[in-house]
Design a protein around this ligand. Structure first.
Ligand code: FAD
Ligand code: FES
Length: 275
């Protein structure tokens, strides 16, 4: 089911506040909604407004879990809501990551900051179809160690060996920073590329992070030999309607909400100004 125009009720079930200003919110939905990793919903706070969010896990269709940064008016209002508060939800919107493109290939996921949220749902989906995907590697860059999202989940995945997980941070007190299954370098996320051995032509990549990251990372992945049609990135634009009606998201003549937000590098190269 898709809730296009009218929000349905979603009640706030839990909030994990372990990362400051990047809390993990659990919403209980009145109607089951099925998301593909990379798709998005519009969460509304009554009387305030709405904002776009990508689920961090796409498992239970009656629950939506999302990592939400306190950015401005609406997200700040969400941060003040009590457990049980009645909110609104519309979605799922847009095209997510094409899971079929990962089948039979190694997967390389490159996340920066909050970009880890949609990639967490992709990583989770890939590990649930482990028999159909080759080696899975996550490269994740964060500003500092305390800002690392999904620390427990990623620690468990790293410890189990289901995926290779490499972190990098902009700042850390000690070099290199290590803790349990985490191995962390200091530097930019693309500096981790030299630590990954992959068969480029058999790899599918997914990238999500701040716009500045796309400029270097996407073409660098292509330069490593990964085909541009199998390098995927998700674009963040100011979304309003989410369904191709308001034109808020239009970039290079493309409705990002409807035709994206996930695009291949091959497509992005034909969209001037998109990255
Ligand atoms: C497809 C999609 C998925 C998203 N997923 C998540 C998610 O999982 N978690 C999350 O925390 N956020 C996510 N966002 C971003 C979130 O929708 C914005 O941060 C939203 O604007 C917050 O609403 P607000 O009213 O609190 O802040 P606002 O008052 O709208 O904005 C706060 C500040 O951020 C700037 N800003 C807001 N949106 C954008 C933008 N798109 N590009 C550049 N600058 C912007 C504003 O100019 C302002 O300075 C996603 C956005 C998109 C389009
Ligand atoms: S968000 Fe309204 S047209 Fe894309």
């Amino acid at each position: 089911m898709t809730l296009d125009f009218m929000p349905w009720e979603a009640s706030l079930e839990a909030v994990d506040r372990s990362v400051p200003d990047n809390h993990l919110f659990t919403f209980r939905l009145a109607a089951p909604l099925s998301f593909t990793p990379g798709q998005f919903a519009e969460i509304s706070v009554p009387g305030i407004g709405a904002f776009a969010v990508s689920p961090a896990f796409c498992r239970d269709t009656e629950v939506l879990i999302a990592c939400i940064r306190r950015a401005g008016r609406v997200t700040s209002a969400l941060y003040t809501q009590d457990i049980g508060a009645r909110l609104g939800i519309r979605g799922p919107f847009g095209d997510g990551f094409p899971l079929d493109a990962f089948e039979g290939h190694d997967a390389l996921l490159v996340a920066g900051g909050l970009g880890m949220a949609p990639l967490m749902s992709l990583l989770d989906a890939l590990l649930r179809r482990r028999d159909r995907v080759g080696q899975v590697t996550l490269l994740y860059g964060s500003r500092d160690p305390s800002g690392i999202l999904f620390r427990r989940e990623l620690g468990e995945i790293a410890a189990s060996g289901e995926a290779r997980v490499l972190f990098t941070v902009d700042f850390a007190a000690e070099l290199p920073w290590e803790e349990g299954a985490f191995v962390c370098r200091v530097g930019l996320v693309n500096e981790l590329f030299s630590e990954v051995s992959l068969v480029a032509e058999n790899t599918t990549a997914a990238v999500c992070g701040p716009p500045a990251m796309y400029g270097c990372v996407l073409e660098q992945l292509a330069g490593m030999g990964i085909p541009a049609q199998r390098i995927f990135a998700t674009l963040e634009r100011r979304m309003k309607c989410g369904i191709g009606q308001c034109c808020h998201c239009v970039t290079a003549g493309t409705f990002i909400c409807r035709e994206g937000p996930v695009f291949s590098l091959a497509r992005l190269r034909a969209m001037p100004g998109a990255i």
